[in-house]
Ligand binder design. Structure first.
Ligand code: ADP
Length: 163
């Protein structure tokens, strides 16, 4: 059984993440989309909300499962018995950090292999941070994230305005 783990913050999940998830789901028996707990100081969505959104937008891909992990990714790899970690590479700018992290993870756990996947070019400029910034300034994000995420962000913004 080839199980891959795609870890990240996913705050929120974007069409770029979804592109990588779909690609990974075609080469693996199972893909675990793993939300890192407490990785950001003030996230827009709670871990549970991020998990719910990932579940909603991957509902049509049967071999995808959303999970959370705390602590080191290198340890989560053994705990979830995954064959490899998937990371997305958007541009050369991602490479240095990802390269460093992949080697460090293998240093920490020799069984922790990392595979890189490139999204379709139309997603290569997308990041969760940009989505949050555009949304907080009232811009349209519907071309960049699934409709479930648009609705969830709208809900957050309305609550913030009314609080
Ligand atoms: P981080 O783990 O740095 O918080 P994210 O949660 O945003 O990053 O993303 C998790 C993984 O998905 C990372 O490997 C990141 O490079 C990748 N990724 C993010 N956005 C995209 C995108 N638009 N296309 C492809 N990969 C992406």
């Amino acid at each position: 059984m080839k199980r891959l783990m795609y870890p990240g913050s996913f705050d929120p999940v974007t069409n770029g993440h979804l592109d990588v998830i779909r690609r990974a789901s075609r080469i693996a028996d199972e893909v675990l989309v793993a939300v890192a707990r407490n990785s950001e100081k003030s996230p827009l969505f709670t871990t549970d909300e991020r998990i719910d959104l990932i579940r909603a937008v991957t509902a049509s891909i049967p071999n995808v499962r959303a999970v959370t992990f705390t602590g080191l990714l290198a340890d989560a790899v053994s705990a979830f018995e995954v064959s490899a970690v998937i990371r997305g590479l958007r541009a050369v700018s991602d490479f240095e950090y990802e390269f460093q992290m992949a080697l460090m993870n293998r240093e920490l756990n020799p069984a922790c292999e990392t595979l890189f996947m490139m999204p379709s070019p139309e997603y290569s400029f997308l990041s969760s941070r940009l989505i949050r910034e555009i949304a907080s300034c009232g811009g349209s994000i519907s071309a960049f994230v699934p409709p479930e995420v648009v609705a969830a962000i709208r809900g957050k913004m309305e609550r913030t305005v009314h609080d």
